[in-house]
Design a protein around this ligand. Structure first.
Ligand SMILES: NC(=O)C1=CN([C@@H]2O[C@H](COP(=O)(O)OP(=O)(O)OC[C@H]3O[C@@H](n4cnc5c(N)ncnc54)[C@H](OP(=O)(O)O)[C@@H]3O)[C@@H](O)[C@H]2O)C=CC1
Ligand SMILES: N[C@@H](CC=O)C(=O)O
Length: 417
C-alpha cells in the first residue's frame, strides 16, 4: 500500500526516515500477504516548498492536496502538518476518499473526535492518533486495553515536553524561561505556536482526548480549567526548592459518578516524588482503574524520533489489519456528564506577587486572608511569598483572578502533599 505524508517537518521527517530511509527495523511484520510482499512506502509528501529534499528519489513532493486525494494508489495518509482547519479538512477528505489516516494532531482530534471516528467508520477505514498524546508513550492503545476491564476514574500527568523541559532547566541550571523556550523550539519539542505549550492548550487538548476516551463522553479543550506557566521566575524556583518542592505542570481529570473535573496548572510536588523526578522532555501519565488501581506510563513526550515511533506504530497497526472484515469499532463518546471544572481539587497554595508598594502588599495579604489562613509570609526585594492553609482550588483561583486585575505579576501553584 502506498502512503502519503502531509507535512515533512520535525515529526514528518522522522517518519519519512523510518519508513522510506529504512532507519527503523519493522519491515516484514505484516500478517497480511499483500503487505508482506513489499515494505510500506511513502510515495507523496505534501509540502508548501516543492524544492524540499527528502533524501531519496522514492517520495515526491507535491504542493496541491488533490495530488494525494485523487491518487487511488494511496491507501493511507499520515497527517503531520499541525494547525487546525486545513489539517482537519484534509483528514476529513482523506477519510471520505476511503484512505486510512494516522495523525499526531491533538488540536484536531480533541476538537473533532466524535465526528472523525464516525466518518472513518462510515467509510470503512481506520483513524489512529497514538502520537497525539504523550509523544512516544503508547498511552492511547494502553488506555483502550485497560478500558476493556476497568472503569477508569482518574488521569493525571506531565503531558507536555516543552514546559517540562523549561521547568527542568530552570530548576537544574537556573536557566531563563525565554531562552529555554527558544531552545525547546529549536530542538523541535514546541508547537509551531508555542503559546499552546506555555498557556496550557496543548496539555488541555491531550487531557481532553484521554478523558473523553476514559469517561466515554466528549470533553473539549474549553471544558478544561487551565492556567499557563509564563509568570514563573527564577525567584520562584529558588523559593520552591528551599521549601523542598519541585514545580511541575500538571494535567489532571477525575470522574465521580456523573461529574467530571479537570485542571491544567502548575503544581508543587515533594522533591522525592515520582513526578518531581520526571525531567526534560519526558512525560508521565497515570491512569486509575477500578480493578488495576494506578498505572503509570513514562517516556519521551516530545521530539522527532520518539513521536515518529508512535506514528509508525499506528501505520503498522493499520497495515496489519487491512482487508479484515471487522475493523475496530468507534469508541463510545456519548455519555452525559456534568463538567465541574476544578471543584474537586484542593490544597495549600504557594503564591508570589511582585509589589510596587506597601499598599499593594496589604492588598495581596488581605485578598489571601479572605479565603485562607496564611502559614508563611516572606517579603524580599519587592516580592512577597505566601504559603496558605489548605483551600478549595476553585475558591483560590477566583480570588487570584480578581487580584490579577491590580497586581501586575502573580505566580501561584497548588501544593500536592
Ligand atoms: N514536535 C513534537 O514533538 C510533537 C508534535 N506533535 C504534533 O505533530 C504535528 C507536526 O508537528 P511538527 O512536526 O513538530 O511540526 P512542524 O512545524 O515541524 O512540521 C509541519 C510541517 O508541515 C508543513 N505544513 C504546514 N502547513 C502546511 C500546509 N498548509 N501545506 C503544506 N505543508 C504544510 C510545514 O511546512 P512549513 O515549514 O512551510 O510551514 C512543516 O514542514 C503537530 O500536529 C504537532 O502537534 C505531536 C507530538 C510531538
Ligand atoms: N509541543 C508538544 C509536542 C508533543 O506533543 C510538547 O511539548 O509536548
Amino acid at each position: 500500500m502506498n502512503i502519503a505524508l502531509l507535512g515533512c517537518g520535525t515529526i514528518g521527517s522522522g517518519v519519512y526516515e523510518l519508513i522510506n530511509l529504512n532507519k527503523g527495523k519493522f519491515a516484514g511484520n505484516f500478517t497480511d500477504v499483500e503487505s508482506r510482499k513489499s515494505s510500506p512506502v511513502i510515495t507523496k509528501v505534501l509540502e508548501r516548498d516543492a524544492s524540499k529534499d527528502l533524501g531519496d528519489s522514492v517520495g515526491k513532493i507535491v504542493t496541491h492536496p488533490s495530488e494525494i486525494l485523487e491518487d487511488d494508489s494511496i491507501g493511507l495518509v499520515i497527517a503531520l502538518m499541525g494547525g487546525m482547519e486545513f489539517e482537519y479538512e484534509m483528514i476529513k477528505e482523506c477519510l471520505r476518499a476511503g484512505k486510512h489516516v494516522v495523525t499526531a494532531n491533538k488540536a484536531v482530534i480533541s476538537e473533532y473526535f466524535a465526528e472523525l471516528q464516525t466518518l472513518a467508520e462510515e467509510n470503512g477505514v481506520v483513524l489512529r492518533y497514538e502520537a497525539s498524546v504523550g509523544g512516544g508513550i503508547p498511552i492511547i492503545g494502553s488506555l483502550k486495553e485497560e478500558m476493556k476491564i476497568n472503569r477508569v476514574t482518574e488521569i493525571k500527568g506531565i503531558l507536555n515536553g516543552t514546559t517540562n523541559f523549561i521547568l527542568s532547566k530552570m530548576t537544574e541550571e537556573g536557566a531563563d524561561f525565554g531562552e529555554t523556550l527558544a531552545l525547546a523550539q529549536s530542538i523541535g519539542f514546541a508547537e509551531a505556536d508555542p503559546t499552546a505549550d506555555v498557556e496550557g492548550y496543548d496539555v488541555s487538548r491531550k487531557l481532553a482526548i484521554l478523558s473523553s476516551m476514559a469517561y466515554e463522553s466528549i470533553i473539549r479543550d474549553e471544558d478544561v480549567y487551565k492556567r499557563g506557566i509564563t509568570e514563573i521566575r527564577a525567584a520562584d524556583i529558588e523559593m520552591i526548592s528551599s521549601m523542598g518542592y519541585v514545580v511541575k505542570y500538571l494535567g489532571h481529570s477525575m470522574l465521580e459518578e456523573k461529574n467530571v473535573y479537570t485542571t491544567v496548572e502548575p503544581v508543587l510536588f515533594r522533591e522525592a516524588s515520582i513526578m518531581s523526578n520526571v525531567n526534560s522532555e519526558f512525560n508521565i501519565i497515570s491512569i486509575t482503574g477500578d480493578i488495576i488501581g494506578e498505572l503509570q506510563f513514562y517516556g519521551k513526550g516530545a521530539g522527532k524520533d520518539a513521536t515518529a515511533n508512535a506514528v509508525v506504530g499506528d501505520v503498522l497497526y493499520i497495515l496489519n489489519i487491512v482487508g479484515e472484515q471487522n475493523l475496530p469499532k468507534p469508541l463510545r463518546l456519548n455519555r452525559q456528564l456534568n463538567k465541574m471544572g476544578t471543584d474537586v481539587f484542593s490544597g495549600k497554595y504557594y503564591l508570589r506577587a511582585n509589589l510596587n508598594d506597601k499598599e499593594m502588599l496589604d492588598q495581596v495579604l488581605t485578598a489571601v486572608e479572605t479565603v485562607a489562613a496564611r502559614k508563611t509570609v516572606i517579603v524580599n526585594k519587592n516580592q512577597v511569598y505566601v504559603v496558605t492553609s489548605a483551600i478549595a482550588a476553585n475558591v483560590f483561583n477566583k480570588m487570584t483572578e480578581k487580584l490579577k486585575e491590580t497586581v501586575p505579576e502573580l505566580f501561584y501553584a497548588r501544593i500536592y502533599d
